[in-house]
Ligand binder design. Sequence first.
Ligand code: NAP
Length: 311
Amino acid sequence: MSDAPSPPESAPDASDARPQGPATAVVTGASGGIGLEIARALARHGFELHLVSRGSARGSAARDAVAAEARDGARVHFHPADLASLADVRRVAGDLADAAPTLDLLVNNAGAYVHERSLTEDGFERTFALNHLSPFLLTHLLHGPLAAAAAPRVVTTSSSAERSGPIDLERAAYGVPYNALRAYGWSKQANVHFARELARRAPHPALRSYSFHPGFVNTNFGSGAGLLSGLVALAQRAFGRTPEQGAATGVWAATQSPAPDPNGAFLVDEAVKTPSAAARDEAVTTALWERSEAWVGLREEERWPRREGAA
Ligand SMILES: NC(=O)c1ccc[n+]([C@@H]2O[C@H](COP(=O)([O-])OP(=O)(O)OC[C@H]3O[C@@H](n4cnc5c(N)ncnc54)[C@H](OP(=O)(O)O)[C@@H]3O)[C@@H](O)[C@H]2O)c1
C-alpha cells in the first residue's frame, strides 16, 4: 500500500498526485468498527485527522487511540455531531471547514441499520438520512476545502447490500411502507450512485470518488434487540472479518497511487467491481442526485452541474 502523504517518486498527472507533506482527512463514524480502523491506518500514514461521530465517550476514546498511532505526531481531532440531523451536518461542516481549510480526503463512513421505522427531525426515514443524505450534504458543504487540495478524494462506505433492486426514491426517503433490509440496501445503493455521480459533478476535476464494500465485518453494526440482531451478531462473531480487514479497501481507495480507475468506481477487496444493474441505472443516478439536492435544501450556489466529458 502506498504512503499517501509522501512525495510521489515520478511526476504523475494532477489527478494521481498524492499530497506532498502533511495531508488532512475527515472520517465520519470513526468512534468504532470500520471507521476507527480506517482512521488508525490513515494516522499511520501521517494524515492529520478530524473524526466525526455522535458526542460520546466513544468518540473521545477513539481520538486518543488514533492519536497514539499517529506518525510524526500528526494531530487528531474529534468533532461530535449527529449526522442524522441536517442542521447538525451543516453545523459540523462549518467547524470542519474552519479547522481544515485544505482537505485531501473525506471518508463518508458513518452508517446504521435501523430495525424499526423512525423519522429524523427533518422528517426523513433515519437509514436514508444517515447513510445517504448526510454524506451527500457533507460532501457538498466541504467542497471548498476539498477544492483547495491538489488531488482530493472522497471515499464512501457502501455494501454488497446495494444489490436490493431498483430504488423507489420516495419510499426510500420516507420509509412507507418500511422494510428495514430494503431500506438499508437502498441506502447503500444510493452510496454507489452518489460516488459515481460525484466523480462527474464535483467542481474540482482532479477529485477522485469511490464507494466500497468492506465485507461482512464483526463490528457493533446492526446491534439491537430482537432475534434477527442476535443472529447477525452471532454470525458476525463466527464468520465476520476483523474491523481492520473491513477497513482495508477503504484505506486502499484513500491512499493508493496511482488512484484506482475509473473515477467513481465501486471497490471490493482492493479491486474495481461492477455493482448491480440497479446501481448502474443512469436515470436513477440523476433522479437521486436531483431529489437529494432538494431534500437536503441545497442552496443555488451549493449545487454542482454535471460536467460534460467526465467519467
Ligand atoms: N459491519 C459490516 O458487516 C458492514 C458491511 C457492509 C457495510 N458496512 C458499512 O460500514 C460502515 C461502518 O459500519 P460498522 O460496521 O463499522 O458499524 P459500527 O461499529 O456500528 O460503527 C458505526 C459508526 O457510525 C457512527 N454513527 C452511527 N450513527 C451516527 C449518527 N447519527 N451520527 C454520527 N455518527 C453516527 C457510530 O458512532 P457513534 O455511535 O459513536 O455515534 C460509529 O462510529 C457503515 O456505513 C455500514 O453501512 C458495514
